[in-house]
Design a protein around this ligand. Structure first.
Ligand code: NAD
Length: 334
């Protein structure tokens, strides 16, 4: 059986990644769309054979409750709109999948988790790398101590952002800058390589363009301490290209990925010639959508849950707190 998925927000990610992936998924199909732009609705209806009855705008969205063809609602809107639409989707009695970062703040995440729980539905967060085979192999290498105990991680993800008018540079819509958008990938990598939550964070920020980045962070580097004693040194930026990697330094060798977080062309490497990290290309969105659908259909727990999204936001908030206070910050409990 294929579950019917509705896409909310038909921007770049929905158009170029998620909708094409939904043509390949084994357990999911694109059943409905929600958009504020009538011209997009016409284009999508024709391209994906979606009937008029399965097209909503942001005002009519709540009527999706009456549509039995929709099982899951995927929120692909700017970060600051995730809470409103996740809560409305839950109230419509549907399972909810939400893009990363889960929301602007940890408190928003808590309310989203509570709303989906009250509806008796499942909530997933779009951490695509966690389904990707190179990343999964790196998690295994760390967990099984193939290179001995993990000691130190270096990671970073950034890019030079274009259009100064886009929502990613507006605090209310984005929650923050590079850290919220791409820094979370490097943060996630540290969390799933250690299998632990950071306890203390020290962060520094630099802003070379205070006009463009008047509302959000431009470049941040931070150090995270994990309970086992592992330290991670991480960076993110909106000011330049070139950082898209992680390196895991273990007692008896090293491994990593570079590039690590792109949609394709990922490369793994290790310090031992006989240990390779090589896998065929995977559509990250196809595997994550099928994994969530499978969890719903078979009533299985889903690791990339609302709680997982919340844990990222707790670390993000500690990073911002450390910058503001100029000292180490403890990561709050969920
Ligand atoms: P986008 O700007 O291309 O699309 C955003 C969509 O939201 C557009 O269709 C726009 O019309 C709509 N929208 C509704 N109200 C809006 C408002 N007030 N301001 C701006 N847009 C509004 O963005 P995107 O790249 O598709 O990102 C959407 C979400 O997906 C974000 O949460 C982002 O972090 C996430 N994302 C995830 C990945 C990933 O690899 N998992 C990649 C890109 C984006």
């Amino acid at each position: 059986k294929k579950l019917g998925w509705a896409l909310v927000g038909l921007g770049s990610l929905s158009k170029n990644q998620i909708a094409p992936a939904l043509l390949k998924t084994k357990r999911a199909r694109l059943a409905a769309i929600v958009t504020g732009t009538p011209a997009k609705a016409d284009e999508w209806k024709a391209k994906y054979s979606i009937p008029d009855t399965h097209v909503y705008n942001y005002e009519t969205f709540d009527k999706i409750a009456e549509n039995p063809d929709v099982d899951v609602i995927y929120i692909v809107l700017p970060n600051g709109m995730h809470e409103e639409f996740v809560v409305r989707a839950a109230k419509a009695g549907k399972h909810v999948f939400c893009e990363k970062p889960m929301a602007n703040t940890a408190d928003e995440c808590r309310r989203m988790i509570a709303a989906v729980k009250a509806a008796g539905k499942m909530l997933g967060v779009g951490y695509r790398c966690q389904f990707e085979p190179h990343h999964r192999e790196c998690m295994r290498l760390a967990k099984e101590k193939v290179f001995g105990p993990l000691k130190f991680i270096e990671a970073g993800f950034g890019f030079q952002i274009g259009d100064p008018k886009q929502w990613r540079l507006r605090k209310n819509l984005a929650g923050g800058g590079a850290l919220m958008d791409v820094g979370v990938y490097a943060l996630q990598a540290c969390r799933y390589l250690t299998g632990e939550e950071p306890i203390e964070i020290t962060a520094q920020e630099t802003k070379t363009d205070p006009v463009k980045f008047a509302e959000v962070d431009e470049t941040i580097s931070w150090s995270m301490k994990f309970p086992s004693g592992v330290l991670a040194s991480v960076m993110t930026t909106y000011a330049f290209n070139g950082s898209n990697f992680f390196t895991a330094i273990c007692q008896g060798g090293r491994f990593g990925m570079d590039p690590a977080y792109s949609y394709d062309g990922l490369k793994g490497w290790t310090s031992k010639p006989d240990v390779k990290i090589e896998f065929p290309a995977t559509d990250h969105f196809e595997v994550e959508v099928d994994a969530f659908s499978d969890a719903i259909l078979n009533n299985k727990p889903f690791a990339q849950s609302g709680e997982e999204g919340l844990r990222d936001l707790l670390a993000v908030e500690a990073i911002y707190r450390s910058i503001k206070e100029g000292k180490a910050a403890k990561v709050e409990a969920p």
